[in-house]
Design a protein around this ligand. Structure first.
Ligand code: GLY
Ligand code: MN
Ligand code: MN
Length: 464
């Protein structure tokens, strides 16, 4: 009975948006951030601007602003003041005041009272008072950290105000970007964040099954996209985590193909990289499969290499491993597989060192994932490292609670040096994994991955 109740609760919670996290979730982040700021600092965060133009998506707060406040509104500024002692930071919010005549046009507002009562601000003021109050707030501070939330004009004005708020300062007052500090905090996920990543990934896996079932002759890339977006929204996702990528045939080799407007290519591969955001947390899942419902021998060979590469990447994910070891494991498996097929030739160590494999495996195996699909947090790249060599140089050590993708791929375009029979085959297999004390847990692997499971899940299969 207990088990049945628990199952019921999780089934219900996966079909609606999650409740707001408790205020303590955000207060803890403010305290942890303040502990990282130099004593006597002021930190200022501007909310994301309201989107302009048509979008089916609701307003999305800047991830850092949300992580520190939980407030989901534009035209807001959060201020944290850390004095010289160990006291909790003073938290001041500037928000849009309640005003029904404005709310009737653009939506409900938290307002000044709720900023204090529900969002934990010690003081709250209408946003229009920010510039007049900033000099007094900043006067005792010796250093400023800030994020403009994408509002460049705000950032410029803040720096001017900061520079001029102490006319007697002999030297330029120190200023820094707050995002690396918040990024350090966001790198290790807490239980509530893990639950959301898990839910986003579970829903995304379900959406992939729906897309596979929708594959049929005469259908288009858009049909798969529609099946997935519909399923995600019906499960309580506020939006997709990134624009869906559904590319078939020659489009399967285009990494960020977002048009999704061509008929499914007869006999071609489909690369479907689509996932939702749930309760502000992203998933990122790719599955690749044949339009026909059955892999051709060539498609299957490439698929098996990519799947073996992903499994090698999974095996490399464990506490203490350096980030680059995951990429390296996938690259070595891809080199072995392509060399066995004669698509790459030469010494395998040399193919790895020279990065010759990047002709077919053109991206890295992994990125952090959390509030953003490409999440905050350092990769530990050495300074000055080039874009294409950095994948094998990322030194950050994995630790329990970190979340990353493992997403090897092979793309063989028409112009390729490979034999013609491999042309237009694109395969990427991507999942979200959580680093655990024992190794890792795949959060999205409910989406079929083994070739036989993929063929079984394809709608075309049922008609034979
Ligand atoms: N969907 C974006 C990525 O895989 O990184
Ligand atoms: Mn990804
Ligand atoms: Mn992806």
């Amino acid at each position: 009975m207990l088990l049945a109740t628990a199952l019921l609760v999780s089934a219900v919670s996966a079909a609606s948006p999650p409740p707001a996290p408790p205020a303590a979730f955000f207060a803890a982040h403010r305290e942890k951030l303040a502990a990282k700021l130099p004593a006597g600092s002021i930190a200022v965060f501007h909310a994301a601007s309201a989107a302009s133009g048509a979008s089916t998506d609701p307003y999305r707060q800047s991830s850092d602003f949300w992580y520190l406040t939980g407030l989901n509104e534009p035209d807001s500024v959060a201020v944290l003041l850390r004095d010289a002692g160990d006291a909790a930071p003073r938290f001041v919010l500037f928000v849009r005041p309640r005003d029904f005549s404005a709310e009737q046009w653009t939506g409900w507002r938290a307002g000044v009272e709720s900023a204090k009562k529900d969002f934990g601000a010690a003081e709250a003021y209408p946003i229009d008072e920010f510039w007049s109050r900033f000099p007094a707030l900043a006067a005792p501070a010796g250093a400023l950290s800030y994020e403009s939330g994408g509002d460049e004009a705000f950032g410029r004005r803040l720096l001017e105000a900061w520079g001029s708020s102490d006319p007697y300062a002999g030297a330029v007052r120190p200023v820094s970007d707050a995002s690396p500090l918040v990024g350090e905090l966001r790198l290790v996920k807490e239980p509530l964040e893990i639950e959301r990543l898990r839910a986003a990934s579970r829903i995304s896996a379900e959406a992939h099954k729906a897309a596979m079932a929708a594959v049929a002759p005469g259908r288009g890339e858009w049909d798969l996209k529609a099946a997935m977006v519909g399923l995600c929204l019906s499960r309580g996702a506020a939006r997709m985590a990134y624009p869906p990528i559904v590319g078939s045939g020659r489009n399967s080799v285009i990494l960020h193909y977002e048009r999704d407007d061509e008929p499914l290519a007869d006999g071609g591969m489909i690369v479907n990289d689509t996932a939702c955001e749930y309760g502000m947390y992203a998933s990122d899942v790719t599955r690749s499969y044949p339009t026909s419902g059955r892999f051709t021998p060539e498609q299957r060979k490439i698929y098996d290499i990519v799947l073996a590469a992903q499994k090698a990447g999974f095996a490399a994910v464990k506490p203490g491993a350096a980030f680059h070891e995951v990429h390296d494991a996938t690259a070595r498996a891809i080199i072995d597989g392509l060399a066995a097929l004669g698509i790459l030739s030469g010494d395998r160590d040399e193919l790895f060192r020279s990065r010759a494999y990047q002709k077919f495996y053109v991206h890295g195996s992994s990125h952090w994932i959390g509030l953003d699909v490409h999440d905050a947090g350092s990769y530990g790249f050495p300074p000055g490292v080039g874009r294409l060599e950095r994948y094998s140089k990322a030194q950050t050590k994995l630790a329990p609670g970190m979340a990353l993708t493992v997403e090897p791929g092979i793309y063989i375009p028409e112009s390729s040096t490979a034999d013609k029979r491999w042309w237009n085959i694109g395969v990427r297999i991507e999942d979200v994994v959580l680093v655990t004390p024992q190794g890792m847990e795949c959060l999205s692997c409910d989406a079929p991955r083994e070739a036989a499971d993929v063929e079984r899940a394809l709608g075309t299969d049922r008609r034979r």
